[in-house]
Design a protein around this ligand. Structure first.
Ligand code: NAD
Ligand code: ZN
Length: 253
């Protein structure tokens, strides 16, 4: 695969592989872009996820309180699309990295479950998981293993309305997730930042946090982001090409 890439890109991939090969503590932060090649729309893309709606109309606690049925239908439609999506070579490359470096920490902003579906074990899901339903009234939650028949479900413990286990605008991140992610980026020698626009806080600040603590930051994204100028190495290529190439050449080191 590497032979097919142009020379400058090949060199960048070789350098990334060298850094990864010589590090014991590696972390990776992923965003919607890593799932783009699995057919999942990114956040701000042209046929973006919100389908013409403003995010505040569907992805806030206020929207759920005002019209739970509309919000649940929106998430049901997202689940219907996601159920057909499979992990792509970028997700599998990170599984292989974890196999070689058991201390590897994967931090994702995605809610699509594709890292776990690929086989990654240690995943910090900063924005929750769309295949979890949690009660809007009590602490009860369930992990769904199939698409529910109805968009709206009631809690089996208190009969409250169930809501998707994702983090909405204005909500706190899952307890402990940001702390665990912060510790991983402080401790790592290399941080891979893959497929994120580096705009959504507090996730975006983790890359700068890693840099301040001495990590080498490698950005993988076909487009420039606010992080691009500060990254130690930029690989302007799709995740599904770049990550497998890095892991393949790291495997030869
Ligand atoms: P974003 O949509 O803001 O940015 C996506 C980034 O991925 C862009 O910078 C784009 O250039 C890049 N990209 C596109 N195709 C790529 C590819 N093939 N390889 C590598 N990079 C590629 O995504 P974000 O930064 O993750 O922020 C979006 C927010 O919305 C997050 O909070 C996330 O939770 C949520 N979201 C999740 C999903 C999902 O679970 N799959 C999808 C959309 C949005
Ligand atoms: Zn309940």
């Amino acid at each position: 695969m590497i032979a097919a890439l142009d020379e400058a890109l090949r060199q960048r991939i070789a350098l990334a592989a060298d850094w990864v090969a010589h590090a014991t503590r590696i972390a990776c932060m992923t965003g919607a872009g890593i799932s783009a090649e699995s057919g999942i729309a990114t956040f701000r893309g042209p046929d973006g996820l919100w389908e013409g709606r403003r995010p505040e109309e569907v992805a806030t606690p206020q929207a759920f309180r005002a019209d739970p049925e509309m919000v649940c239908r929106f998430y049901h439609a997202r689940r219907e699309k996601l159920v057909k999506c499979r992990p792509n070579p970028a997700h599998f490359a990170l599984v292989e990295l974890e196999r070689r470096r058991p201390e590897f920490t994967l931090i994702t902003q995605n809610v699509d479950n594709l890292h776990r579906a690929a086989g990654s074990r240690h995943v910090i899901e900063l924005h929750g998981n769309i295949w979890v339903d949690r009660c809007s009234k009590c602490a009860h939650q369930t992990r769904l293993d199939a698409l529910p028949n109805e968009p709206m479900q009631r809690c089996t413990a208190c009969a409250g309305l169930m809501r998707p286990g994702v983090v909405w605008f204005g909500e706190m991140l899952p307890e402990g997730a940001l702390e665990a992610a912060g510790e991983a980026v402080e401790a790592c020698e290399v941080l891979l930042v893959v497929g994120t626009s580096s705009l959504v806080q507090p996730a975006a600040s983790l890359a700068w946090h890693a840099k301040r603590h001495g990590a080498r930051v490698i950005e993988i994204n076909p487009d420039a982001t606010p992080l691009t100028h500060s990254a130690d190495l930029v690989i302007a290529e799709k995740a599904g090409v770049a990550l497998p190439a890095i892991i393949a050449s790291f495997a030869q080191v």
